[in-house]
Design a protein around this ligand. Structure first.
Ligand code: 0CM
Ligand code: SF4
Length: 315
């Protein structure tokens, strides 16, 4: 047997579950405990198949729209948030519902509402079609929130009144790309108001910073996360932009393209905010099976954020 080649693994910290994901998963588990199965969940509670399958095994039923739920079973809204029309419809149908929207997404909803009360039209920086964007835009009447995805989009925005504008963002964007878009907004609309920096959450910000810290030391980067997870995909982009020649999203160890990793001497590993640590451990075990691995944890921040579950589940 030939000796395994040596490989330095740099494990980014923070990585993986954030406080909003932790809370959302707990909400589903506690709802099943309280009301029994089935409990319906509108949209993947967080964007991870492993998490969703685990909750399904415990009695959760995942649907995309409220009208797929019976009225006599509880329904939970995913961490990404929902348009105002959704809880309104649940109330009209006299359903029990629990909102698992991350408090940091709800904070943006409140911000949007406040700007609207002040008579400002909003420009939202985000990804078209993402559930969080649909939820945030759906806090206000149609036409009150204009979506921009790129710096180029900013040139084409046609607001009602360029002097009465505010900006908000999705929570899981690239910090650097967003800064460029906001600069373009400020240049075109000098009177626009907005948050001090952006609405990107602490977890997204910290995971991107940790990738930037390891990028100069690694030949390749694996990001554990789902293809529909915005924050996970951004980690791949951040890795590439920071100079990592090969950065790949993997849902699990089985997705690793070993041929692409041939000849590397150092590997970075991180995980999106919706990816459980067990999947990270499986990735590292799979790497250990092929390489003589030394692991170094590179910690760029410590996170102590925790969110309480809604009162109805605490009783
Ligand atoms: O928003 P994103 O696609 O990154 O969602 P996720 O479920 O992967 O991560 C957690 C969240 C939120 C909101
Ligand atoms: Fe909340 Fe950020 Fe986690 Fe999304 S990624 S659930 S906004 S803490």
């Amino acid at each position: 047997m030939t000796a395994k080649p040596p490989l330095s693994v740099y494990l980014a910290a923070p990585r993986g579950f954030c406080a909003g994901v932790d809370r959302a998963v707990k909400i589903v588990e506690m709802a099943i405990e309280k009301w029994g199965a089935p409990v319906f969940v509108r949209h993947e509670i967080v964007h991870n198949r492993f998490v969703v399958d685990g909750l399904r095994a415990k009695g959760a039923v995942f649907v995309e729209e409220l009208d797929e739920c019976p009225t006599d079973r509880p329904v939970i809204f995913s961490a990404h948030g929902v348009p105002k029309a959704v809880p309104a419809e649940a109330e009209r149908r006299q359903m029990i519902y629990v909102d698992a929207t991350c408090p940091l997404v709800s904070k943006v909803h409140v911000e949007a509402e406040r700007h609207h009360q002040d008579g400002l039209q909003m420009i939202m920086v985000g990804h078209r079609g993402h559930p969080e964007v649909l939820g945030t835009m759906g806090q206000l009447p149609q036409g009150e929130v204009i979506l921009v995805e790129t710096v180029e989009d900013v040139a084409h925005v046609a607001p009602r009144d360029p002097d009465r504008l505010a900006w908000i963002t999705q929570t899981t964007l690239s910090v650097d790309d967003t800064a460029d878009i906001v600069d373009a907004l400020r240049a075109r609309f000098p009177a626009i108001v907005g948050p001090a920096k952006d609405d990107i959450c602490y977890a997204t910000t910290n995971r991107q910073a940790a990738v930037k810290a390891i990028a100069p030391r690694i030949d390749a980067l694996l990001v554990v996360g789902a293809p529909n997870s915005s924050n996970s995909r951004r980690l791949v982009e951040v890795g590439r932009t920071a100079g990592c020649a090969y950065a790949q999203l993997v849902r699990e160890a089985a997705d690793i393209d070993w041929r692409a990793l041939e000849g590397i001497r150092s590997l970075g590993v991180t995980a999106g905010a919706s990816a459980p640590e067990v999947l990270v451990n499986e990735v590292i075990d799979a790497v250990r099976a092929r390489y003589d691995v030394s692991v170094e944890i590179v910690e760029t921040a410590q996170e102590r954020v925790e969110f309480k579950v809604p009162r109805v589940l605490r009783a």
